[in-house]
Design a protein around this ligand. Structure first.
Ligand code: ADP
Ligand code: MG
Length: 239
């Protein structure tokens, strides 16, 4: 298999140790490269550090050691606002505000900075599209606190899609969804990634679902990130 072209790599972890306390590191990732358009799933038991890994890539938790590079910027320098979309496990929604308001926050992220990617009208349009893609058009003006757990999770997904990110970090974004909704939400995010050459790193506790969704699956186990090669897809894992 040809070597990855450096320009195709959008997330790069090099000798990264994650955790909150230097004396109690959670996991070490010797090397992990994620290419544009690639969907990578991270699985592993509860409490192993999957969310911490995503937060580290998102720049919300500093690595204990090593370098994290996202969209060409090495932390603590952050990527251009809007380029990195994060769907947290604890959704971080404004509960009393409407679905539209919450999702607009995502599309406004892409209005910031020198590019002025969206005009205010486009931001609203982008938010509306994302809400409709998540099947929440009937709930657009409802306060988030009146929505079910699964609907709130879809609001957080819409908020990220509305910002048109180059990298999506999705932490258990399919939890609390019924089978039909789950397939629809998963397909929408995968289609977004394919059409926009965006990378997705998703945390999924269900290994068979992770394997179905992703091009590549890594399993966190005993504080290390171990490659797990899916039998259905040809994968290159560099660990
Ligand atoms: N802010 C924090 N400060 C200290 N420890 C934390 C913090 N957040 C999570 N932890 C601990 O880090 C470990 C890994 O947590 P987490 O990354 O949420 O695991 P997972 O997502 O795999 O279930 C757990 O033992 C958890 O209690
Ligand atoms: Mg977690």
């Amino acid at each position: 298999m040809p070597r990855d072209r450096e320009s195709d790599v959008i997330v790069k972890l090099d000798g990264v140790t994650i955790g909150y306390d230097e004396n109690k590191p959670l996991a070490t990732i010797p090397s992990l490269l994620i290419k544009k358009g690639e969907i990578l799933a991270i699985a592993g038991p509860s409490g192993i550090g999957k969310s911490t890994l995503l937060k580290t890539i998102a720049g919300l938790v500093s690595p204990l050691q090593g370098a994290v590079q996202v969209c060409g910027e090495i932390l603590p320098k952050r990527p251009f606002r809007g380029d990195l979309g994060y769907i947290p496990q604890r959704l971080g929604l404004i509960r009393h505000a409407s679905v539209m308001h919450n999702v607009l926050i995502g599309s406004r992220a892409s209005m910031c900075g020198p590019m002025q990617f969206f005009t205010p009208k486009e931001a609203k349009e982008s938010a509306k599209n994302a809400i409709c893609q998540m099947g929440l058009e009937q709930k657009m003006w409802d306060p988030v606190k009146r929505l079910s757990g699964g609907q709130q999770r879809r609001v957080a997904t819409a908020r990220t899609l509305a910002q048109a990110p180059k990298v999506i970090l999705a932490d258990e974004f399919l939890s609390e969804l019924d089978d039909e909704t789950m397939s629809h939400v998963a397909e929408t995010v995968v289609r977004y990634a394919r059409e926009n050459n965006a990378a997705v790193i998703l945390v999924e506790h269900d290994v068979s679902r992770a394997r179905e969704l992703a091009d590549r699956l890594v399993v966190m186990d005993d504080g290390r990130l171990n490659p797990f090669i899916s039998s259905t897809k040809t994968l290159e894992v560099k660990i």
